[in-house]
Design a protein. Structure first.
Length: 202
């Protein structure tokens, strides 16, 4: 039996009538390639637990995409740059396995309000503009995170609460990371080495 483990780059790119994608329960997909489903009309997608990498622009500009289900037993390690930019995602689960969120991964997801981060997160990097211009109201930064990139949460106009824990390993908050937010308080952990220009500028 043929086992598919990779969805290649641009595999369904510009299939403008594609509205539905289902992966079988026994799916062994490991990689969803660059531009794999960009831009299509899919409204929801369940990422198989076997997937370890969602590559750059994989679902970029899927303007009807409202639901991305990442399972609790996910093995996902990397979401690359702009993977879900300009989608209509409303909520997101960050699995404990995830290590890196790439630049612009959820940029301009203007309906994204809620982010759930699983306990024992391994997340290390939140890339440039990763969540900029979203509607999130609060975010808990896992202790494992060492870098919050440039403009990572810029223009999150509803963002009031950013929780950084006392045992945080955070080393760098880059410039404009939280510009134009409504943060009311912030903990600066002992591990922090650098806060970039305008990081909390209004």
């Amino acid at each position: 039996m043929l086992i598919i483990k990779n969805i290649k780059n641009s595999c369904f790119n510009s299939c403008k009538k594609l509205t539905k994608v289902n992966f079988g329960r026994e799916s062994q997909i490991e990689t969803i390639g660059n531009y794999a489903f960009s831009p299509t009309l899919i409204k929801s997608i369940t990422i198989p637990s076997s997937v370890t990498v969602i590559c750059s622009y994989a679902f970029s500009k899927c303007l009807q995409l409202e639901k991305v289900e990442i399972l609790h037993d996910s093995h996902l390690k990397t979401i690359e740059k702009c993977a879900f930019e300009y989608t209509q995602i409303q909520s997101l689960l960050i699995p404990s396995s995830l290590i890196s969120i790439g630049d612009g991964a959820f940029n301009e997801c203007k309906k994204l309000e809620h982010i759930e981060i699983q306990p024992n997160s391994k997340l290390e990097t939140i890339g440039d503009s990763a969540f900029s211009s979203t509607l999130i109201k609060s975010i808990k930064i896992p202790s494992s995170v060492t870098l919050i990139g440039e403009s990572a949460f810029k223009k999150c106009s509803n963002l009031e609460q950013v929780e950084i824990l006392h045992d945080s390993h955070l080393k760098t908050i880059e410039k404009y990371a939280f510009q134009y937010t409504k943060i009311q308080s912030i903990l600066i952990p002992p591990s922090l080495i650098s806060i970039g220009y305008g990081a909390f500028k209004e």
